[in-house]
Design a protein around this ligand. Structure first.
Ligand code: AMP
Ligand code: MG
Length: 418
């Protein structure tokens, strides 16, 4: 049986970046940039005032408190650049600095000595020294034309959209969303929540859990089906979902050692190449990766809900990152608040809750109820703790690896589900 690092290397070797598409920048929230953005403009686009006040020419030396100036005009945000001569120029925040002016004194720091018929200031006295260049936002001070502003592989957030808008970027190249199909196997499964359960039946919770997690991870869910435990029905369903041109096919269940765990044999019979089956992890050890004859990558996730979501979080999501051209994810290191439980020779993935301790320091608590069939503890979890297979006994106070619930949802204090 291989370990996690070896499995992940095998997996990543199968995931080249997907092709890109050009879309409107306004529609690009949550998409991953395929090519870097270099600014074609200066931001701010012109020197402007950081305050409501008066623009002055200082040159190289400060202007002294007490000096008096005639006010020769006024500029507001949106006005074209004025050509000022000597004297002072009334100016509002964001207004273009008049030609020849280099400094701004805030309105609170002047005394208005005279006003015109419309009550506009005509003559002022400085109530503070003026340092050359003060309260001026220089052209390109925020982003210089030609500067690299967003790297390829960045998942675009609201702040990126703001910078793209500020720089007049109308369209961006993003990586096509990975197309994912999901098959939930199990003759015991009932999909319709209104249908009463017959003896022996349970409801399909993996479908909604993995479907929603996939969407949150930047994938497009292109097909989803529930299939019984017979090989022929599975082959038919597989053909159907492959018609949706999925890049990845995920199944849950039927992948371990039971009599109805038919997936490895069926895949081989269909001409798939099994890349690995079983990894030294808990939960979810029976996980399987294969390349289907038609080219799609196949993940066989075990059926227990937490096993399937660990398979998704720690195998499928790294694959999605590679397909999207994103850098490898790195764990946070956070102090463990309690015991991580008995050591085992498997890499463990533990439902956990990140919180601030009594001193306000970040700490992470391993939650009770780690059994892989238990869904309810997931509602307390806002993070995963990962313990390496060779870690031995992990005492409280040790720094441990912490991951968010999804690769696009970094571990955070908030975010527990209740
Ligand atoms: P399997 O991997 O098929 O042996 O399933 C392991 C356990 O997970 C069994 O108790 C199944 O009933 C359960 N299980 C399988 N698929 C699902 C599902 N889609 N939703 C909830 N539980 C499931
Ligand atoms: Mg099953």
């Amino acid at each position: 049986m291989i370990g996690y690092d070896e499995a992940l290397a095998l997996l990543r070797a199968q995931c080249a970046r997907l092709p890109c598409e050009r879309i409107s920048a306004a529609q690009a929230l949550g998409r991953v940039l395929a090519s870097a953005i270099d600014s074609g403009e200066d931001l701010p686009p012109f020197a402007n005032s950081a305050m409501d006040g008066f623009a002055l020419h200082a040159g190289t030396a400060p202007l002294a408190v007490g000096t008096q100036w005639d006010v020769l005009g006024a500029s507001a945000a949106g006005d074209a650049q004025a050509a000022a001569r000597d004297g002072a120029w009334e100016i509002m925040t964001g207004a273009c600095l008049p030609e020849g002016m280099d400094s701004v004194i805030p309105v609170e720091q002047v005394e208005v000595l005279a006003r015109d018929a419309e009550d506009r200031p005509r003559r002022i006295a400085l109530r503070a020294d003026v340092t050359p260049g003060q309260h001026v936002r220089a052209r390109g001070e925020d982003v210089a034309r030609g500067a690299r502003v967003i790297d390829a592989g960045t998942c675009l957030a609201a702040e990126h959209l703001a910078v793209l808008a500020a720089l007049g970027v109308a369209e961006v190249d993003v990586v096509r969303r990975p197309r994912v199909a999901l098959l939930n196997t199990g003759r015991e499964l009932v999909d319709d929540p209104r249908q009463p359960l017959a003896p022996g039946q349970i409801r399909n919770s993996n479908g909604p859990l993995l479907g929603a997690r996939l969407r949150a991870a930047g994938a497009e869910l292109v097909a989803q089906q529930v299939v019984g435990d017979d090989a022929q029905a599975f082959v038919t369903a597989l053909d159907e979902v492959l018609a949706s041109r999925a890049d990845l096919v995920l199944s849950t269940g039927a992948v371990s050692m039971g009599r109805y765990d038919f997936i490895p044999d069926v895949l081989r019979a269909q001409g798939a190449r099994i890349l690995f089956h079983k990894v030294r992890i808990r939960p979810g050890k029976p996980i399987l990766l294969a390349r289907l004859a038609g080219g799609a990558l196949f993940f066989g996730l075990p059926g227990n809900p937490v096993s399937s979501v660990v398979g998704l979080r720690f195998f499928v999501e790294p694959a999605l990152r590679a397909l999207l051209g994103m850098v490898h994810e790195r764990a946070l290191r956070v102090r463990l608040a309690n015991s991580a439980g008995k050591p085992v020779a498997l890499r463990r993935h533990l439902k956990a809750r990140l919180h601030a301790d009594a001193q306000g320091q970040l700490a992470v608590q391993v939650l009770g109820g780690q059994e892989s069939f238990k869904l309810a503890p997931l509602l307390q979890a806002n993070a995963w703790v990962v313990i390496d297979e060779d870690a031995g006994e992990v005492a409280p106070g040790t720094l441990v690896a912490v991951y968010g619930l999804g690769h696009l949802q970094p571990a955070a204090l908030e975010g527990a589900l209740r």
